[in-house]
Design a protein around this ligand. Structure first.
Ligand SMILES: [Mg+2]
Length: 104
């Protein structure tokens, strides 16, 4: 299964089960709740961090579908943009993106 397939399956499950498919702000809140559940599972050493991260992915997939985003295409494009970026480490250890200097 790729991201596009996961997005389709997550959406189909929402439709079949009668879950939220129209309220975008609610979906953002539910996604945030799943991130908090994943953090809590990790922080408390529960064995469910993987399951909670899967919930995060499923809510993210559904949110992408709800907003008309091809998440796989966006992730692929973003990975390519990130790979092409150059960074410089400041004396204090912070990495900053290099900004191309305009030609004179
Ligand atoms: Mg959960």
């Amino acid at each position: 299964m790729d991201i596009r397939g996961g997005q389709k399956l997550a959406w189909e499950n929402k439709v079949v089960k009668g879950f939220n498919t129209t309220d975008v702000p609610l979906e953002f809140c539910l996604l945030q709740g799943e991130v908090a559940e994943a953090f809590d599972a990790w922080r408390k050493g529960r064995g469910s961090v993987g399951e909670e991260l899967a919930d995060v992915a499923l809510f993210l997939f559904s949110l992408a579908e709800m907003t008309g985003v091809d998440l796989q295409g966006e992730v692929e494009a973003k990975i390519a943009r990130n790979a092409a970026r150059a960074y410089t480490r400041l004396p204090n250890g912070v990495l900053v993106k290099d900004v191309p200097v305009p030609a004179e």
